[in-house]
Design a protein around this ligand. Structure first.
Ligand code: MG
Length: 206
């Protein structure tokens, strides 16, 4: 799939804020992942040697369908054309070091293969974008489970907020944050992320 820019949102579920000992955000925490990190269902997540802990983060991804700038919350979902299952793969040790030093964590989130994304489905495939169950299993074992109803900033608020500062274009992707249960991946693992009504995303770790 050809994607534009990828915006990702940090600490958007209270349960994940708590497990990382972070402060609940007062405004959305937005960062970017490069489109070069995207892989599809069935592709391998490749962990470079010597980078320490690498975590999975299952997330609902929304795909922007038309140019969107300065949109209000009540109109924001009209700009969403598709939904997908995403895994915001994160080199956790590198990210932690960068945060401690006050440096950007771009590399830890932006490595090749660190943005697995399922084939999008039309946004009207689901009744309510804010009432979806998401889960992630590693080697068949449940690691993450949550509901999009538990987002701190719902999708419409995220789109409205981002569009104040950055024009969103067709093909842009917003990864909307992960619930609790982040944990390390290891080479040989089979990762299966699923969102009811949206799809399934299977990747092996190499
Ligand atoms: Mg994330």
């Amino acid at each position: 799939m050809n994607v534009g820019k990828i915006l990702a949102v940090g600490w958007n579920y209270r349960s994940h804020v708590e497990e990382t000992n972070a402060e609940p955000p007062k405004e959305p925490i937005v960062f970017m992942k490069p489109s070069s990190a995207v892989i599809a269902d069935g592709d391998d997540i490749i962990i470079p040697p010597g980078i320490g802990r690498v975590d999975h983060e299952v997330e609902l991804a929304v795909i922007i369908g038309s140019v969107c700038r300065l949109v209000t919350v009540d109109k924001a979902l009209e700009y969403v054309s598709g939904l997908a299952v995403a895994n915001d793969v994160t080199a956790r040790d590198m990210q932690t070091e960068a945060r401690k030093a006050g440096n950007p964590w771009t590399l830890s989130k932006g490595m090749d293969t660190f943005a697995p994304l399922s084939e999008p489905v039309p946004s009207d495939s689901v009744d309510d974008i804010q009432d979806l169950r998401l889960e992630l299993r590693v080697n068949g074992k449940l690691r993450q489970a949550g509901r999009t109803s538990l987002m701190i900033f719902p999708v419409a608020e995220l789109i409205s907020y981002i569009s104040r500062y950055m024009t969103l274009c067709p093909g842009d992707v917003i990864m909307t944050g992960t619930p609790e249960g982040i944990a390390p991946l290891h080479r040989g693992d089979e990762v299966v992320a699923r969102i009811d009504g949206v799809g399934i995303l299977r990747n092996r770790v190499c």
